[in-house]
Design a protein around this ligand. Structure first.
Ligand SMILES: C[S@@+](CC[C@H](N)C(=O)[O-])C[C@H]1O[C@@H](n2cnc3c(N)ncnc32)[C@H](O)[C@@H]1O
Length: 197
């Protein structure tokens, strides 16, 4: 399904990073290894690489990864792209930054496993970046799956990463203009936390 959505030449979510990333630029390390999970067409991984991070990215949609490679080339940055889904990824690899941006395809049980994997993929002291929709987004219908249970609340995120230093936790409404995939008034959640250790 996702690969079909990415079939055209245009970029479904645009070629600029999620606005969230530009909001948290000041929290990112100036160097280090970053992983972009379910990275789609590369807008976020390419932007992080342009900030000086050594970025690895994966997504299961070959059409998306092909466009991501083209975007990286056009921007003159190197990203280590892989075609893989959550089950195929090598979660033993560790990074200084892990970014999960609009990865709400996972229902609660799957999400719990995913969050454990994200945590395990960070070195001690590493930075987790999560950005997605709040449950009321289902009423807006401007992006994301039509399932409230897949969405984030700040309570859910704080509980999932208990003991971590939370650097940013916000639930807010904003106008989003990120390609035809994410467009219009949206209910958003930003979460940035540092792994203990
Ligand atoms: C809403 S898009 C977001 C893409 C990208 N993170 C962005 O912000 O532009 C969700 C992405 O999740 C990917 N995806 C769906 N199911 C997946 C799975 N089981 N494992 C890994 N990625 C998956 C899709 O291919 C799609 O690119």
């Amino acid at each position: 399904m996702w690969n079909d959505r990415y079939a055209g030449d245009d970029y479904l979510f645009g070629t600029e990073p999620a606005a969230f990333l530009t909001r948290v630029t000041g929290l990112l390390p100036v160097a280090g290894r970053a992983l972009a999970v379910a990275d789609g067409e590369g807008r976020n991984s390419v932007w992080m690489a342009a900030q000086g991070l050594a970025v690895t990215a994966f997504d299961p949609a070959p059409n998306a990864v092909a466009k991501a490679r083209r975007l990286a080339q056009a921007r003159g940055v190197a990203v280590d792209f892989h075609v893989a889904d959550l089950e195929g990824w090598d979660w033993s690899r560790q990074f200084d930054v892990v970014a999960g941006i609009f990865i709400q395809f996972a229902p609660p049980a799957e999400r719990a496993v995913l969050f454990q994997r994200l945590a395990g993929a960070l070195v001690p002291g590493g930075l987790l970046l999560l950005h997605g929709y709040a449950p009321r987004q289902v009423g807006y219908g401007t992006g994301g799956p039509p399932r409230e249970e897949n969405m984030y609340t700040l309570d859910l995120l704080r509980a999932s990463f208990a003991g971590w230093a939370v650097l940013l936790a916000q639930d807010y409404d904003a106008d989003v203009d990120e390609g035809r995939g994410h467009s219009g008034r949206s209910a958003l959640v930003d979460f940035v936390a540092r792994k203990p250790g």
